[in-house]
Design a protein around this ligand. Structure first.
Ligand code: FAD
Length: 402
């Protein structure tokens, strides 16, 4: 059985690892086609590449030795242009046609730009690929960049640029930064920390127009303010790359629609990762992709197993000196909400519970207990007996099974 995977990144890598777990190497006949010119790399670590904390070579997902020891063909720097489902073939941009028995779409997502922004204007950037990271690294010191989007990606881009000596203004449409991961009070702590580092922040604003002929000159905000800048970085969301599937007549909503075994209505075509919409949900983090890869490997090998189920996954901010751990909807007031503030550190933690079970976790400043709380949440452990101590973390709750 020849499996062709389109996209050579985290989803493809997780799937190959899972396939390898269930079969011996030579039994696998897999071709992975990726249009980026580099060997597959860990996209998650691009923020550390930007801040100069890690090198390009240290973020490779597989070493060349690993590649040659496995009978998996990596075709890098090639784009799949078309899927012919009737002939079970894909057409590559070098004119080759490849036959498949099973086809997996792992084409990920692209950064979205707000409507009306011209992507060809010099100085309009996104932060998605290794090439994007290199472009940002070359930003002249002392120049002014505006980053749109105060989510995890925008903050990591802004902090990375600041560390390179660039002047940065972060514009966020919500009333506080990381509004999906933090509550308003923790958002204030985060803001104060970033402002101390020299970050300029505009909250409750968004782009209204980008000014400049061939090169960005200024940005007009919907508040009416006009900020001059030579570069703007959009970290305002992603769009699943589903155009190949759409052209091949597969159902596409936000992403390529697949069932809870990651299968499309075509029994030979599957999708996982950020390009997929599995039972109505798209993903934007690595841990659900790992869950999907486990299910899809079994599906491809005809083994039975549990279907994929969407659950709350933890997210962390990767900015040195600012610790954030968050999972679930931290701004939803549950049956019980526990909050602890330590103004000295400063730190804040918040737990949201329903029927004694954790539904959301927010840790700002001290995140050491994050994985422990997360295990309690994922396992659905009833913590009622610990309600007087739970908030203070693992050290105060010895004996609880997690
Ligand atoms: C800077 C940054 C930091 C991040 N930090 C975190 C983090 O801390 N934690 C976390 O969980 N997640 C993080 N993420 C998100 C995480 O990287 C993504 O969830 C993950 O990369 C998605 O994997 P994927 O394989 O589905 O898609 P992608 O990584 O987007 O890979 C898809 C690949 O397919 C290729 N492709 C697309 N179409 C074709 C075609 N037609 N032919 C050939 N190749 C094609 C693309 O070029 C790309 O290489 C971060 C993302 C970024 C950008």
């Amino acid at each position: 059985m020849h499996i062709v995977i389109i996209g050579n990144s985290i989803a493809a890598d997780c799937l190959i690892e899972e396939l390898g777990r269930h079969t011996s190497g030579p039994a696998l006949d897999v071709t992975v086609i990726g249009d980026e010119p580099h060997r597959a790399y860990n996209r998650v670590l691009l923020s550390q590449v930007l801040s100069g904390d890690v090198s390009d070579s240290s973020i490779a997902l597989r070493t060349p030795n690993w590649q040659s020891n496995h009978r998996i063909r990596y075709r890098q720097g090639l784009r799949v242009e078309e899927i012919d489902r009737a002939a079970q073939q894909v057409a590559l941009d070098n004119g080759e046609q490849l036959h498949y028995d099973r086809l997996v779409l792992a084409t990920g997502a692209r950064a979205s730009l707000p409507k009306g922004v011209d992507p060809t204007l010099h100085g309009v950037r996104v932060f998605r690929t290794l090439d994007d990271a290199h472009t940002l690294i070359n930003t002249p010191k002392g120049s002014h960049t505006i980053v749109f989007g105060g989510g995890l990606l925008g903050l990591e881009a802004a902090a990375g640029l600041l560390s390179l000596g660039v002047r940065v203004t972060l514009v966020h449409r919500n009333a506080w930064l990381l509004n999906r991961q933090l509550d308003r009070a923790a958002g204030r702590l985060l803001l104060a920390n970033l402002q101390r580092r020299g970050l300029l922040v505009e909250l409750g604003s968004t782009v209204s127009a980008v000014e400049g002929d061939r090169h960005v000159r200024a940005v007009r905000l919907d508040s009416g303010r006009c900020l001059s800048a030579t570069q703007i970085v959009f970290a305002t969301g992603i769009t699943p790359r589903a155009e190949l599937a759409l052209a091949a007549g597969l159902p596409v909503n936000r992403g390529v629609m697949v069932d809870d075994h990651l299968q499309s209505p075509d029994p030979c075509v599957f999708a996982l990762g950020e390009c997929a919409e599995c039972s109505g949900e798209t993903v934007g983090l690595v841990s659900p992709i790992r869950d999907q890869a486990k299910v899809l490997a079994r599906t491809l090998l005809g083994q039975s197993g549990d279907p994929y189920t969407h659950r709350a996954h933890a997210a962390q901010l990767k900015v040195a000196g600012i610790d954030v751990f968050s999972a679930g909807d931290v701004n939803h007031e549950g049956e019980q909400t526990m909050v602890f503030d330590d103004p000295l550190t400063p730190a804040r933690r918040k737990l949201v519970l329903e029927n004694g079970r954790l539904k959301a976790i927010m840790l700002f400043g001290d995140v050491r207990d994050g994985p422990w709380f997360n295990t309690l949440m994922q396992k659905g452990i009833n913590t009622r007996a610990l309600s007087d101590r739970l908030l203070f973390g693992k050290a105060y709750c010895e004996g609880i099974a997690a």
